[in-house]
Write a protein that binds this ligand. Structure first.
Ligand SMILES: Cc1ncc(COP(=O)(O)O)c(C=O)c1O
Length: 426
């Protein structure tokens, strides 16, 4: 990133997140209880779930305190207030990712996984058959990989995987080989949750469309920390989760081009998603409600819209730069150790704030557990990418993932904890 971007006041940002002032350690049987021997929390597990600013918590609390009510169907005052807030939240999320079709293109789901399943089941089951191909990448999260794999089994379609190179980038020559006239869907992660790789989604979209295929990008690790414009990317479908972008758990977004969502049958059936029901048949509500069966995620939708406001007020480019600087700093230190292997593209490149690594002779889980003694929260395991880890030649990795409220001092604590692990296992 060469253009000058004004940094933001990280301490000011930290003050927006109540959880960041807590200490951890001691008895874990009572969540939040103040233990005796406690240490300030260093939260570096943002790739799994980010923390929630006070104003998002307040927005949801205000809904419950002041206008808790069901949406769409009530004429009473509270229901109207709730309906307006819930429906407007869709507009806000459309704006957040540059979906010019507005709320019609934004379906609220439970999370990225459900967004993926929604299209896989509704479109995939109806449209795919023997001879059809779904092209994924080797770095897909299980949310995409398992979903399309199972849909392929049900329909007789085949799944192909675009290789990654030694630096964890997509092999675009292989992508050009695989995406062809039999391809019906290209489903690719926008930013890898393990490698930090930013995939060339726009190029893949061109390739998919040149072959009359659709493209679905998994934006779980992209929407929280980089400007996303679904129309510039040229994707047909895009998915992300609220809990990774300062929003609440339990809500995700499925973006779909309006004419495609219009043409696809719903995945879940029941109340709210219908227009007319008889004993014989039913017709569907307008978009996006046709895909939101039953009472939707009202408080969560309102909270997510507030999170989008919060992020945009700080500035997505500034958040992206901050995260990248921390990742770069961490990688620089880690690359200085010859007993540490860092995965993914080299530092300095356009990558995300996810840094996955292994320390020789120490299992990632042991490493995470020693980190925990330092109150450093990182993730260890396969990060829902077992086949990718197989490709990397390891069963597990440790992953530190940074966000807008992390500091260089926290990276130093991480490094101190790694050193302590090294000594312990020497
Ligand atoms: C790249 C990627 N895709 C999908 C998911 C699934 O997100 P969720 O668990 O919110 O459905 C994750 C979560 O870690 C992810 O990192």
């Amino acid at each position: 990133m060469s253009k000058h971007i004004e940094p933001f006041d990280v301490e000011g940002v930290r003050a927006d997140f109540p959880i960041l002032s807590r200490e951890v350690g001691g008895d874990i049987s009572t969540p939040g209880a103040g233990p005796d021997d406690s240490t300030p929390l260093v939260y570096l597990d943002n790739g799994a779930t980010s923390q929630t600013p006070e104003r998002v918590i307040d927005a949801m609390s205000t809904y419950y305190r002041e206008y808790n009510s069901n949406v769409h169907r009530g004429v009473h005052h509270l229901s109207q207030e709730a309906s307006i807030a819930y429906e407007t939240a869709h507009d806000r999320l459309a704006e957040f990712i540059g979906a010019s079709g507005g709320r019609e293109e934004i379906v609220f789901t439970k999370n990225t996984t459900e967004s993926m399943n929604t299209i896989a089941y509704s479109w995939g089951l109806a449209e795919l058959g023997p001879g059809d191909e779904i092209v994924l990448s080797e770095m897909e999260h299980h949310a995409a990989l398992v979903t399309w794999q199972q849909i392929a089994k049900k329909t007789g379609a085949d799944v192909k995987f675009v290789r990654i190179d030694d630096d964890g980038r997509l092999d675009m020559d292989h992508a050009r080989e695989l995406i062809g006239e039999n391809t019906e869907m290209v489903s690719v992660v926008h930013v890898s949750n393990v490698l930090g790789t930013v995939n060339p989604v726009a190029d893949l979209a061109d390739l998919a469309h040149a072959n009359d295929a659709y493209i679905f990008a998994d934006g779980a690790q992209a929407a929280p920390n980089r400007p996303v414009d679904v129309e510039e990317l040229g994707v047909d479908f895009y998915a992300f989760s609220g809990h990774k972008m300062c929003g609440p758990t339990g809500i995700g977004v499925l973006y779909g081009k309006e004419h495609l969502l219009e043409a696809i049958d719903p995945f879940l059936y029941g109340g709210m998603m219908i227009r007319k029901v008889s004993f014989e048949d039913s017709t569907w509500n307008e978009l996006p409600w046709k895909f939101e069966a039953g009472t939707p995620l009202i408080a969560e939708g309102i909270g997510l819209a507030e999170a989008a406001d919060y992020i945009d007020e700080i500035g997505m480019e500034r958040i992206q730069r901050h995260e990248l600087e921390l990742a770069d700093y961490a990688m620089e230190q880690l690359e200085g150790f010859d007993d540490v292997e860092v995965y993914g593209p080299p530092r300095g490149e356009d990558r995300s704030g996810v840094v996955s690594f292994n320390l020789d002779g120490v299992h990632a889980h042991d490493l995470a557990s020693i980190m925990n003694d330092y109150a450093v929260a990182i993730r260890a395991g396969d990060h829902c990418t077992q086949p990718l880890h197989e490709t990397l030649g390891t069963a597990a990795s440790a992953r530190a993932s940074f966000y807008l409220y992390n500091t260089r001092e926290e990276v130093d604590t991480l490094l101190e904890a790694i050193d302590s692990a090294r000594q312990l296992f020497a």
